[in-house]
Design a protein around this ligand. Structure first.
Ligand code: FES
Length: 142
């Protein structure tokens, strides 16, 4: 796909975000912001049988951070936590499809992944502290 098509997809997710909102009985919620600009993302997760049964996000910020959050919710909906744990920076950047993003824009694109990973740290904290620690260390890379 050409970069123009990826730009259109990003704008579409920004204008019509998927899975935006709250989950009233979420198993875990996490909030964080990009310290460089203050843009924010909240992620709410509902987990059943180690599968993401529902995920919603709330946020405020640039087109890339908000579109990336919307796209991320589609990527992980109904996926096992084991595969969500494995998601990394390259999966997100590939999904967004914009090459030559500068370091500041990469932070925009990865903000929602960082928040999702920290949601999982919270989720695993009491159930499996070793996994929680592993995910926490991985998310420092973003
Ligand atoms: Fe703030 Fe993109 S400019 S996250």
């Amino acid at each position: 796909m050409s970069e123009d098509i990826y730009r259109e997809i990003i704008l579409d997710h920004y204008r019509n975000p998927r899975n935006k909102g709250r989950i009233s009985d979420a198993d875990v919620s996490f909030h964080d912001s990009n310290p460089l600009c203050g843009d924010e993302i909240d992620i709410h997760l509902k987990v059943e049988d180690n599968i993401v049964k529902d995920i919603k996000f709330e946020g405020r910020g640039c087109a890339i951070s908000q579109a990336s959050a919307s796209m991320l919710t589609e990527m992980v909906m109904n996926k096992p936590l084991t595969s969500v744990k494995e998601l990394g920076k390259d999966d997100i950047l590939e999904n967004i499809g914009l090459v030559n993003l500068g370091p500041a824009r990469i932070k925009c694109a990865l903000l929602s992944l960082k928040v999702l990973k920290m949601s999982m740290v919270e989720y695993y904290a009491s159930k499996d502290p070793e996994s929680a620690q592993e995910i926490r260390e991985g998310s420092r890379l973003y």
